[in-house]
Design a protein around this ligand. Structure first.
Ligand SMILES: C[S@@+](CC[C@H](N)C(=O)[O-])C[C@H]1O[C@@H](n2cnc3c(N)ncnc32)[C@H](O)[C@@H]1O
Length: 209
């Protein structure tokens, strides 16, 4: 389990190269500044930003050993986990969906400052984003599991990997799914919080067109 800021930074450094760590350092500095203008993350979490936000996001890469098609991050907000993934894997196509105007502006600015050419911001409600098959769907603190699946299944094929950090409600939310869907997912323990879970799985049936 990763428990301290030093451990979190070392863990993330093990998952990316030194230029990516420089991008993350820049992102963290900008996040602290921008958080004075808009509430991107809870202020109390900033002293443990590596643990609570960066490593918490970066751990999703352990489930994605190589690029498998666009990574779609729903309700990116501050850029968690999507912008962190894009900063660590700048060659991968990453799409950040966010509907709030100030957050869209923040994500666009960071995409430009970090020179993330393969990162695209969809500044719209997810419901209005055109369907296209993706390799990974992530969503942190976006919506209840059943609603995420209802809103986002149109982006998924049988090969799409769903990575849904769910905090302490992971097992409960999974239990509430209809049995057929429930069996497609399981809960992995978060590396940054022993009580938190990440719902991981693939939907059956739809082949990539
Ligand atoms: C609670 S925040 C979580 C942000 C980020 N994922 C994190 O973990 O810090 C949820 C975000 O989803 C965005 N959002 C909510 N509903 C949305 C929708 N239908 N389409 C696009 N974005 C949406 C909100 O504007 C907000 O920034």
């Amino acid at each position: 389990m990763i428990a301290t800021e030093d451990q979190a930074r070392a863990y993330v450094a093990g998952l990316c190269d030194p230029p990516a760590m420089e991008r993350l350092d820049l992102l963290i500095r900008a996040l602290a500044e921008e958080n004075e203008r808009q509430n991107l993350v809870a202020r109390a979490t900033l002293p443990s930003v590596w643990l609570r936000h960066i490593a918490d996001s970066a751990q999703l890469l352990e489930y994605v050993p190589r690029e498998t098609g666009p990574w779609l991050d729903l309700g990116s907000g501050a850029g968690l986990p999507g912008l962190v993934i894009a900063a660590m894997r700048p060659d991968w196509p990453v799409v950040l969906v966010e509907s709030r105007r100030k957050r869209i502006a923040w994500l666009e600015r960071m995409r430009d400052e970090l020179a993330l050419e393969h990162c695209r911001i969809e500044g719209a409600r997810l419901e209005n984003v055109d369907s296209a098959p993706v390799g990974v769907i992530s969503a942190r603190a976006f919506a209840p599991l059943a609603r995420i699946l209802t809103l986002s299944s149109r982006f998924s094929t049988s090969e799409t990997l769903w990575l849904l950090p769910k905090g302490r409600s992971a097992a409960q939310e999974l239990q509430e799914l209809p049995k057929g869907q429930r069996s497609l997912f399981h809960v992995e323990q978060s590396r940054t919080d022993p009580a938190s879970g990440i719902i991981v799985g693939r939907l059956a049936g739809r082949k990539r067109p």
